[in-house]
Design a binder for this molecule. Structure first.
Ligand code: UDX
Length: 435
């Protein structure tokens, strides 16, 4: 729990428990007005706003597990003392959860305090749209802020809380300068259900945008078009926009998979199907098996081949491994009898803890991934891999074949120095010496 009283930011032995660029430095800078506590009795009583930001992991039926949210809401209710507190759902929760939290708070408040809350709190939704790896910039310089409540007073409190970000009146931290030309941030102040649905609608749309370009990539590969040019030419239409059109092995992470599943699960409660969102999930899942198909096209036999995977995190600049495509790809290759070697510049330690079975295939040194390998798959576009001395490693491989699963490498350079270059869909580009 994080409070706004003065104190020390010491948590987990003074270190950030997660890897997020600039976070540790900013916590250090803000140490005079941040306190961390695990005690509700310290964090809640004097607060004007309580943010609940607990995890909501996915259950087998696609719905998020709300047990942590329930438990947090019950604990918050017991310690509410102020005249008026806004209790904000920051976690991504199914539509309708705001009402559910409100009911839990009321019940727990009455049980604990012996009287009804009588307007002492209101529930609001304030979805976050931050991406891992750029979470701080996304927080300070967001495209928009969304607040939703059926209580006007709580919307006013949140509007005031966010004013420095809305009108960009705060002094930017030196490590995160304000983007040029940015002067104000739009506010969407709406009702509870709309705010909750905005989060799901946005994440599902981004997920299907990626799946869409991956579907286009498949046809681009057949007709001889360059999918990156197609994405550029399509994305320059302001109605479409250039972002989230990078083709490759598809999306992973804790949000897109979970949120699309939750949206489909909620819709089914209302007897609605979500065919577009369902298709986006199917296309994304297929990208992982397609990696094996692409390698089969080139190697003809997978069994016994040594295949290196560069990148285990679901995207660069994070050590998060949740729903990472690299993990599925590694397992699919093992099922086919391949010998695999895995590497990640940042997520290896977490991988050892969270994937003990696959961890035996981890290589400490990137050169061990190349050594005697039949193919290299780039699964995460870490800049570390872009900057490798690829020329040095080519002669150490049995056959210098690289499957660039993220379109992040320089195909011309690689083919010049002897690699056969492969993407998810386009025909392989042979090394220059063979053309
Ligand atoms: C996402 C949303 O972007 C964010 O708004 C929300 O709050 C949380 O979920 P995040 O999961 O951190 O953020 O990462 P994001 O940058 O969205 O990437 C998700 C996945 O999509 C990654 O695996 C990434 O590699 C992949 N991706 C992204 C693509 O394959 N192509 C793209 O064009 C963009």
């Amino acid at each position: 729990m994080l409070t706004s009283q003065s104190g020390s930011p010491r948590v987990c032995g003074g270190h950030c428990p997660i890897y997020e660029p600039h976070l540790e430095a900013l916590l250090e800078q803000a140490s005079s007005h941040l306190t961390f506590t695990t005690d509700y009795a310290v964090g809640v009583p004097d607060a004007d706003v309580v943010f609940i930001a607990v995890q909501t992991p996915q259950l087998d039926n696609g719905n998020p597990d709300l047990q942590y949210l329930r438990s947090a809401a019950e604990s918050v209710a017991q310690h509410l003392r102020g005249d008026f507190t806004v209790v904000v759902n920051k976690s991504t929760v199914p539509i309708g959860s705001g009402n559910w939290v409100d009911a839990i708070l009321r019940e727990a408040y009455e049980r604990h305090h012996g009287h009804r809350p009588d307007g002492r709190f209101a529930v609001a939704s304030n979805p976050e749209f931050l991406r891992e790896g750029t979470a701080l910039a996304d927080t300070l310089y967001p495209d928009r802020i969304v607040i939703g409540s059926d209580n006007q007073k709580s919307l006013d409190v949140l509007n005031q809380l966010y004013r420095p970000i809305l009108n960009q009146s705060f002094t930017p931290p030196t490590v995160l300068p304000r983007p040029a030309g940015m002067s104000a941030v739009p506010l969407v102040s709406t009702d509870l259900a709309s705010a909750e649905l905005i989060k799901y609608a946005a994440n599902a749309f981004l997920a299907l945008k990626i799946s869409y370009i991956n579907e286009i990539a498949a046809i681009a590969g057949k007709v001889g078009a360059d999918v990156r040019e197609v994405a550029r030419g399509t994305g320059l239409d302001a109605r479409i926009g250039p972002r989230f059109l990078n083709p490759g092995i598809g999306w992973g992470g804790s949000c897109f998979g979970k949120d699309t599943a939750a949206l489909i699960a909620t819709a089914s409660e209302y007897h609605l199907a979500m065919p577009i969102v369902t298709a986006a999930r199917d296309v994304n899942h297929r990208q992982r098996t397609k990696v094996v198909d692409r390698l089969l096209d080139e190697l003809h036999i997978i069994k016994g081949r040594k295949i290196g995977i560069l990148g285990l995190a679901f995207k660069p600049d994070t050590d998060d491994l949740r729903d990472s495509p690299a993990i599925d790809i590694a397992n699919l290759l093992l099922e086919r009898g391949a010998r695999i070697t895995l590497h990640d510049p940042v997520a290896a330690d977490r991988f050892r803890r969270e994937q003990p079975t696959l961890a035996e295939h981890l290589a400490d040194r990137v050169e061990d991934v190349f050594d005697d390998a039949d193919a290299i798959v780039v699964a995460t576009e870490w800049s570390h891999y872009r900057d490798l001395d690829w020329a040095k490693f080519a002669p150490t491989m049995r056959s210098p074949l690289v499957l660039d699963g993220r379109h992040c490498l320089d195909a011309d350079k690689l083919t010049e120095i002897g690699y056969r270059y492969l993407t998810m869909t386009a025909p392989a580009i042979p090394p220059r010496s063979q053309t």
